[in-house]
Each structure stands twice: as structure tokens, then as C-alpha cells.
Design a protein around this ligand. Sequence first.
Ligand code: NAG
Length: 429
Amino acid sequence: MYLHWLMFALASVGWVSDAKNCNDTENAAAYDALFEHLGLDKNDNQKRPLYYGDATHVFVELYVTSIIDVNEKAQSLTIQVKMITAWINIKMDWNSHEFCGMNTFSARKDMVWTPDIVIAESIKTDFGTKESPYVQFYSYAFTVLSDILVLTTACKMDLHKFPFDIHSCNLTLQSSAYSIEELKVLTFADSEWVTHESKQTFQAQGEWELLSINMVKSNISVGYEWDMKDQLIYQITIKRRPLLYVINIILPVFFFLVLDVMSFFIDASGTDKLSFKVTLLLSISVLLLILNDTLPSTADKIPLIGIYCSVIFSLIGFSILETILVNFLMARGAENRSAASIETTTADAIRSLQRPQGSVRDQNEEQSCTLDLLKQILTEYLAGTQQNQQEKASLCWTSVSRMTDVTFLVLYIITIIVFLSVLGKDWFP
Ligand SMILES: *[C@@H]1O[C@H](CO)[C@@H](O)[C@H](O)[C@H]1NC(C)=O
């Protein structure tokens, strides 16, 4: 990539153009000569190559080629990376036209010294397909090692904003044995280039999207102060594609809430409304079960989606309680109404019974008539007041229940709007 391109450019500028044409025998001879020139037959190559007496300069380039798995519960990230490691060995340069224009040369890895670069956060490192057994030498003293690795690294993930979360995971490259005076970890490429190249070669289009790769130089002292290690930190920023969770959880739960609000317009006298609301509550609990599988149990901050679901769950719970209350009030009203109508019929019956009684009695007709009238008025008055009271009570119950319903609906809608706007502000800042 960048490194390869750089080397190719260097190679094409210098020696390739005036390389002499060799025949097969000359080529074979040049190959052997180069092998000897590089000293690959000697053990001398096992020594750490000094860079003009200074620390060995190791250049690392790392490209993320796919994100295999992000495990929120284990807080780990599994990615496939292409890692190119190059180092300078000033003793290993050659003039290519002395060797039939050969610019590169390959040899087995164990014939030369290789840097012990490790990734500090790694839990497990595998070779993607197969460990490359070879290193490549370039005529201007570079040795290159190129591998495809599958890394599982520890990465602290904050799921507060799930599923609209962005995570940043560090890959710290450092030598496990050499101190900063002996080995320096450097890079040729800049962050933009690495991000661009990684996106170009990105193979999977899964749940995660690669946002950027940043590089930071750092050093760390392990144990003793003098034991400093040079570090190159790759910060990989990834973003979840939230569509699945929006469709599967956020929208249905919101829709249930809307249904619950609309259910206030169902006739409150029946039990339909109550069973409808309980069904909504059960549907949300099914979605909560799905959510439970995704989110880790150990989170510093409760994920907002959890707050979203449980608050809506509780809101629907409260609205069920309110429906029960209104049902109770309605039932009281209905009871009073039926009692009132019973009273009316009894009063009517008494009156119809009393009239013939009144007319049968014929002693002192005027007196009895007046008395009858008085009695009748009294009965009617008494019955009337009773009926009025009953009717009034019944009306009272009904209006109280209506009032409760309307007040609750208004408060309910206000609560929902306030809750959703506060949550939204935190969720999508
Ligand atoms: C990643 O590295 C950067 C740069 O050194 C550092 O500021 C940050 O805290 C690191 N993040 C983690 C999670 O270790």
C-alpha cells in the first residue's frame, strides 16, 4: 500500500532503468550472489539491525479490512487487519544493477531478525489465512513483513446511546522486549491515508461501519522508569448501523404508545379497553426480552433504549391503572342509575296502588281527597327527591370519571412529549 508504493517509486527512480539484461545463467548466478551478499547464510543476521548506531526503526502500517464481531457483553472487538511491518537494515542494501536488476529478494523469516511487535490490547491473535513464512528485502535496505491477522482486542464500549453508538478502540503496537532506546515504532502513512485505504479494502458490510483510523505516537514505562517502550496507537472508530434496532424495537414500542393514547377514545364502559391495553403491555414485554439479549448487564450508565422501553412500559402500566379506576367510577354511576330507575318504578307502583285505595274510601270525601292529595304530593315529592338525588349521584359519578379520563389523557400526552424530547436530546445530540 503506501509503503509498497513508496518503495516501488524509489525502485523505479534509481536502479531499474539502467539494469543490464541478463540471460538465465546470469540470473541464477546473480541470485546466488545476492544471497551471499545479504549474508543469509550466516547467523549474523539474527542481530538487531542498528540504524547508524541508533535504535532500530520499525515502520508499521495497519489497515482494517473487515470488522468481524463486536461483542458488547465481553467488551471485545474482532477485526481482520493487514499489517505491514518494515524495518531498515543498513547493511542489507545492494545496487540492483550489480545483480541483474533484482530489486527485491525473499527469504525465510527465521533467517533474519524480525521485530517483536505486539498489540497490547490483544486477547487473541490469529493469522487470517496462513502465516507468511517469508520476508522481503528491498535493495535500499528495507525488509518487509506482511501479514493478514485476525485480532480480538479488549475494547471498552459505552452503550449509553445504543443503538446510535460510536466506539473507539485502541490498538497499541509496541515491542514486547525492546526499550525505546533499542526499537522505535514509526509509521509512514498518515491517518487520512490509512482510513481511506481501509475503506477501499473493507470487505464486509455488516452491522458496523468504519468511521476513521487515527494514529497517535506515545510511549509507556513498564515497571521501572528507565524501561520505556515506544508505542504507536491506532484508534479505530466504528459506528453501528442502527436501522435494525429502529425497526425492531424503537418504532414498535413507539407505535404501542401511540395505540395506547388512541385507546382513550374506545368506549370506557366496556372491558374491551382494559384488555386492549393489557395486550399492549404484553407486546412491549416481548420486545424487552429481545433487548435483554443484546445489552450487557454491566454498564456504568443505563442504556437510553432501556430507559425508553421501561418508561413507556410504566406509562402504559399507569394508563391501565387509570382505566381500571375509570371503569370503577363508571360502574358506580351505572349502579346508581339503575337504583334510581328502580325507585321511580316503585314510586309509580305505590301511586297506582294508592289511588284506588283513596277512591274506595268514601267517608268524608273532601277530607280524604285532600289527605290523599297531600299524601300523593308527599309521596311524589319524596320519590322525586330520592330519584333526583340518585340521578344526581349517578351523573356525578359519570362526570367524575369523564373528568379523570380527560385530565389523565392531557397529562399523559404532556408527559410523553416531555419525556421523548428530553430523551431525544440525550440520544441524538
Ligand atoms: C486510546 O489512546 C488514546 C491516545 O493515547 C487515549 O487518549 C485513550 O484514552 C485510549 N483509549 C482507551 C480506551 O484506552
